[in-house]
Design a protein around this ligand. Structure first.
Ligand code: CMC
Length: 497
């Protein structure tokens, strides 16, 4: 890495390992030794809010190449120490349990803002004025109506299809009814996606319960309209309970963004290939569906249902400690002292339970599980605390949502975050730093497979047997029936007799 001595005194250098079999690179950059950000060929990225510094991976490669001719890459399969974007949307300090959207503490937003106002803040960068918020809310509401083709498509799913599957496919299908490829009009796509996402989710729910879809209402707030579409039967004057509307607003505010989590990184990945935002949101929602990410709230409640009673908590925790199970709703890649979103939702749990007056044995199990895990050395030593999904699962359960609907309740608000990242990446490309954002995201791999070898034709008789394992076929009832059908007519009659 060539740099002037006065800008970066302690620079990276190469060191051959003792056994000469590998090279290691060490990079030292002292923050106080960085009067300017740019040295000759190595740009150092610094954060104004914390003390971290980062080197560009490609500068590291060039530095190593120029020194030795050997190409050095970073192996980081889980992105544990890799930065993929500069972003000014969400700030997280996992050590201190701090989270801010565009600089504003999440606690203040949860207490004083609405979901749509927070979505505006995330996507457009600042809090809206009264007029802007009204205009934005109207645009989103006006775009909440679906094309009838999409409604027909949604009705074509099986009655027991997972609602997240219906949602993901229908979101991607929106691109077929709208001229979606035109990223010049991203703001219009933003209103449509926000508006139609809640209608899609409500329809997925109604389809599962065999009821007609409700048309959205432009005169209701975002979360209120969503609950209305879910629950209205034939009443002309149906209105959801304001306390439940508020609880959902708070839930959706805390879920709206979380910097580069798995699904948001996926969104950035997809947008880097210039796919339309509807397809990209479908892809990001698919990433969110996994139980290690947005599927965790569902997994928490299923786990509580399996534990069933307080006396089974101890054996369950023993299995977790023996690594036979994971305690869903605990632990986080970033938060190592507490998850600020979980604190906010814990308060909401109390309020909702009081409002609804539900006496559910499952909530007792949840409380006791939390208490015991927090006291247990296994969890304490690994800094595993309840995360947002531990409480959101319990709230959704108390509000009577079916368990498989939870991932959708996470996906709708997270769309605000995905759109914010999509817009940020596009603006950066247009206005700020063309060089940086034009790359299609394309990580590298270490090839660990076979050395070069020739193709052996099947009939040559020289093909070595495939030894790794027998090819297994899981037999369903259907395939058993088919196997029976393979018998000749006479044998079939014999078998039937
Ligand atoms: N239950 C039991 N052990 C755990 C758990 C858990 N939930 N989480 C981590 N550990 C242990 C893990 O076995 C490992 O132990 P050891 O050092 O002995 O090998 C240690 O803690 C470090 O775990 P890790 O897997 O390296 O940590 P990670 O940062 O890669 O994992 C996580 C983060 C969220 C995937 C993980 O904590 C987990 O699987 N939690 C349960 C699923 C869950 O609740 N997910 C929702 C996350 S919050 C929603 C969001 O923001 O996306």
């Amino acid at each position: 890495m060539s740099s002037t001595d006065d800008t970066v005194p302690d620079r990276s250098f190469l060191k051959k390992n003792e056994d000469s079999s590998s090279l290691s690179v060490r990079a030292w950059v002292r923050r106080d030794a960085l009067p300017c950000k740019r040295s000759h060929s190595c740009e150092v990225l610094t954060s104004p809010t914390d003390s971290s510094v980062a080197l560009r991976a490609k500068d590291l490669v060039h530095a190593v190449q120029s020194g030795t001719g050997v190409r050095t890459l970073c192996y980081d399969s889980g992105y544990l120490n890799t930065i993929m974007a500069k972003s000014s949307i969400t700030f997280i300090d996992g050590e201190r349990g701090v989270m801010r959207y565009r600089g504003i503490p999440i606690e203040q937003l949860a207490e004083q803002s609405s979901f749509l106002e927070t979505a505006f803040l995330l996507i457009f960068g600042d809090l809206p004025s009264q007029t802007q918020l009204e205009q934005f809310s109207k645009l989103v509401a006006d775009h909440s109506f679906l094309h009838t083709d999409i409604c027909d498509y949604m009705r074509s799913f099986r009655y027991d299809a997972h609602p997240m599957g219906i949602f993901i496919s229908s979101m991607a299908a929106l691109a077929t009814t709208i001229s979606a490829g035109d990223l010049q009009h991203l703001d219009k796509h933003i209103y449509r996606i926000l508006g139609q996402a809640s209608t899609l989710a409500a329809n997925a729910y109604r389809h599962r319960i065999g009821r007609a879809f409700n048309e959205p209402r432009s005169d209701l707030g975002y979360t209120e309209n969503f609950l209305y579409m879910l629950d209205r039967l034939s009443e002309d004057d149906y209105r959801p309970h304001p306390a439940i509307v508020r609880a959902l607003d708070v839930l959706w505010i805390v879920h709206a963004d979380h910097e580069l989590n798995c699904s948001t990184a996926c969104m950035r990945h997809l947008m880097s290939a210039r796919v339309d935002p509807y397809t990209a949101i479908g892809g990001a929602a698919s990433a969110l569906f996994g139980p290690s990410h947005g599927g965790a709230a569902e997994a928490v409640v299923r786990q509580l249902e399996r534990i069933q009673t307080v006396d089974k908590i101890e054996p369950f925790l023993d299995r977790v400690k023996a690594k036979e199970e994971r305690l869903f709703g605990f632990g986080h890649r970033v938060y190592k002292s507490f998850d600020p979103r979980a604190r906010i939702l814990k308060e909401q749990v109390e309020k909702i339970l009081e409002l609804i007056g539900v006496e559910e044995p499952l909530f007792l199990v949840a409380k006791e599980l939390e208490r015991r895990a927090l006291q247990d050395q296994y969890f304490r030593s690994r800094r595993l605390y309840p995360n947002v999904d531990f409480y959101s699962g319990v709230i959704y359960r108390a509000l009577g949502f079916p368990t498989d609907f939870y991932p959708l309740l996470f996906a709708i608000p997270r769309i605000a975050g995905w759109l914010a990242h999509c817009r940020e990446a596009q603006l950066a490309e247009r206005e700020l730093d063309l060089r940086e954002h034009t790359h299609v995201i394309r990580p590298a791999q270490v090839y660990v497979g076979a050395a070069p070898r020739p193709f052996v034709p099947l009939h040559s008789g020289n093909r070595p047997p495939y030894q790794e394992r027998d090819i297994e076929c899981y037999r369903t009832r259907l395939s058993t029936r088919r196997r029976l059908g393979l018998l000749s007519g006479a044998r079939l009659e014999e078998r039937i007799e």
